[in-house]
Design a protein around this ligand. Sequence first.
Ligand code: XMP
Length: 326
Amino acid sequence: NWDASNIIADQVAKIRQQVGEHQVICGLSGGVDSAVAATLVHKAIGDQLTCVFVDHGLLRKGEADQVKHDFVAATGIKLITVDASEDFLQALKGVSEPEHKRKIIGEKFIRTFEKAQQQVIEEAGKTGKEVKFLVQGTLYPDVVESGGGDGAANIKSHHNVGGLPKDVKFQLIEPLRTLFKDEVRAIGSQMGLPDDIVWRQPFPGPGLGIRIIGDITKERLDLLREADAIAREELSTAGLDRDIWQCPVVLLANVHSVGVQGDERTYGSPIVLRPVSSEDAMTADWSRLPYDVLARISTRITNECRGINRVVLDVTSKPPATIEWE
Ligand code: XMP
């Protein structure tokens, strides 16, 4: 019989035993999984935990501030922020193959955590003592789809599973590894996390990097960030946030089509809207969003995002497509 309180009590005891006196860091992404994982670990070991938020330059509009303020306000957990955007963008330069992007991003995250270690040690006042553990909010579906489940195929390397480098020095603490998202949300609520964290829609760790089809540049990221912010704003205004699982907004950077804007010919890229409904992300259906909401999103994106002259809707379920395009 599934019970959130039992799982919390079990995990807290397990984590306490595993960690002992050591320092622990947790990579925070802004999403519900890492927030719940961090809160569980904090419950177990208090100030031995420091969260690290990596700004990899692939975030959505306003996301970094949200994490820095909302999460800390809700939990009181120690947080350090690392701006690694130049570093990530440099490493991703010219890369367009999805698995290659994912491996680079997974590796960069770990290297950034390794560097952040020093700061954690200094602040903890325990110079010389290594940070032994890294907490990740890995869920059961992430493990399965990264090829970590029994005999499962590698569909895509989730940044915190198949995307990890082989020589990770940290021992991993993954208290959510056997759970599905709805269970994680139940645990988060039970521990008192606010609704706007618990009900945040999923956003992948590799961020907008896997929503630009083609190679990643600063200009493309800025363009996609704007389009994504418009779609999110309109979906929220229409009160649809809890009706859909998530709505990836994807830039087909290497596709061009002809348009006419302000009496002039344009030759721009399309934006894809990918609204989906799902229980656990293992399967999904495309969401039948109201036409007027789609129309508003389309009008605003083509008016406000210079270089976008077409908005298209993805009407494929999973399978055969995955939710994200890469
Ligand atoms: P797919 O595209 O595999 O996505 O159907 C299933 C769910 O997982 C999210 N996703 C990720 N989350 N790291 C994450 O933290 C990743 O590398 C990653 N890849 C996909 C995706 O947004 C969807 O909710």
